[in-house]
Design a protein around this ligand. Structure first.
Ligand code: URA
Length: 238
């Protein structure tokens, strides 16, 4: 068994214990919305190489109307064994042009924050709730989110990160399956499929509200996420 396989196995076992309530993590009570589109393959839990299968299954997707206006599918990028997965809302103009997540102004800020935590972008994984650009950068519609959600779920299953960080309201609301007030909820721990989930503000919101308070809030959230990821990594490698 490779080191990565061992890590995955131990992490899964720890999550199993956590699911039994043994480490005191809060249990997820939200029910994910029913999704209409289901991928043809299932993803073995913790199998990072399955990311390629997920991308193959997505193909040149036409499952929702967003494909009509897109230039490129922005699947996500980074480390298939990432300790943290960052999830945004949907690609903007620059992401649609390049096919890469978070490479515009908001992405530059996110990258700086990731670096300030001590990571390179290649250490972690970045993706979005929807993989095609909503016209005019509007919020993705429920049917668009529902079409993409199975693929996001399979990405998370494949990576099996220690921690998920959601950026902005749509990402946390989608993963928790209910409408979330981001200002009240950011900075508090939740869970997606036994994976600790930390909601924080979207970097685009931060750019529009660049105050000491908002910067401090996001920094606190990201530090907490890294700390949790480091703790879980240490347990997995012990
Ligand atoms: N905003 C997002 O939510 N995602 C991106 O990839 C870029 C901007």
């Amino acid at each position: 068994m490779s080191e990565s396989d061992v890590r995955k196995t131990v992490t899964q076992a720890l999550r199993g214990l956590a699911a039994e309530g043994i480490d005191g993590w809060p249990r997820r009570t939200a029910v994910l919305p029913v999704v209409e589109a289901s991928p043809t393959e299932t993803t073995p839990p913790g199998d990072a190489s399955a990311l390629d299968f997920v991308r193959d299954d997505l193909g040149e997707c036409t499952r929702c109307g967003l494909h009509e206006g897109r230039n490129a599918i922005v699947f996500g990028e980074g480390n298939p064994n990432a300790p943290i997965v960052f999830i945004g809302e949907g690609p903007g103009a620059e992401e649609d042009r390049t096919g890469r997540p978070f490479v515009g102004r908001a992405g530059e800020l996110l990258t700086k924050m990731i670096n300030a935590l001590g990571y390179e972008r290649s250490d972690i994984y970045i993706c979005n709730i929807v993989k095609c650009r909503p016209p005019g950068n509007r919020n993705p519609l429920p049917d668009e989110v529902a079409s993409c959600l199975p693929f996001l779920e399979r990405q998370l299953e494949a990576i099996a990160p220690h921690v998920v960080v959601t950026l902005g309201k749509p990402a946390v609301s989608t993963l928790l399956g209910r409408d979330i007030a981001i200002t009240r909820t950011r900075g508090t721990w939740h869970e997606w499929n036994n994976i600790p989930l930390m909601p924080t503000f979207h970097p685009a919101y931060l750019l529009r509200n660049y105050t000491r308070e908002t910067r401090q809030a996001v920094w606190d959230d990201l530090r907490a996420a890294k700390e949790r990821a480091d703790e879980l990594a240490a347990i997995a490698h012990a």
